[in-house]
Design a protein around this ligand. Structure first.
Ligand SMILES: [Fe+2]
Ligand SMILES: [Fe+2]
Length: 173
């Protein structure tokens, strides 16, 4: 089996993570430009999975949903909600935590990318072509209202994550 889709998406994970690393390179400071590029990159990545990769895999699977896709979509919803909250050190810790778990479910052996790659092995080049044509998603301005963090916390809960517990757990390390 070729691994072109796996490579495409894994490299994109690293590209997006690279922006977050640059945004937080100086402790106690968040570089707005790099953080903006991180948000743009992550939202486009999610769009490429939800609009191109996952539907192509489901179609190739006789239109049967791939079971893991439901959980990954919940994670995408949570990450998208987190992108609206003005960034703080705590917020970024939670984003990193969720992204790490999420990317592993996609990248690990037998994970989502392997499943998608296997199902769509005769359409790899068409899918890559579509991916290369994908456009960016308009990024919303940060919303400073308090309820925005509460909304993000609730979408995290739906995906099986607890914002405050994650932070506590990280502090104990
Ligand atoms: Fe994803
Ligand atoms: Fe991904």
């Amino acid at each position: 089996m070729n691994k072109l889709l796996y490579q495409f998406f894994t490299e994109d994970h690293h590209r997006v993570e690279g922006f977050l690393n640059k945004a937080t390179a100086i402790p106690g400071q968040i570089d707005e430009n790099y953080y903006h590029q991180f948000r743009v990159g992550l939202l486009k990545h999610i769009k490429m999975e939800e609009k191109i990769l996952f539907p192509a895999a489901q179609k190739a699977n006789n239109n049967e949903p791939i079971p893991l896709a439901a959980k990954l979509r919940l994670d995408h919803g949570a990450l998208t909600a987190l992108m609206v909250v003005p960034p703080t050190d705590d917020l970024i810790k939670v984003i990193r935590y969720v992204l790490e778990k999420h990317d592993l479910l996609e990248e690990e052996a037998g994970g989502m990318y392997d499943l998608c790659e296997g199902l769509t092995q005769h359409q790899t080049h068409e899918i890559l072509e579509e991916l290369n044509k994908a456009t960016e998603v308009p990024v919303q301005a940060h919303n400073k209202a308090d309820y925005v963090l509460d909304v993000a916390k609730r979408t995290l809960q739906r995906a099986g994550f607890d914002y405050d517990q994650i932070l506590q757990q990280l502090k104990q390390k």
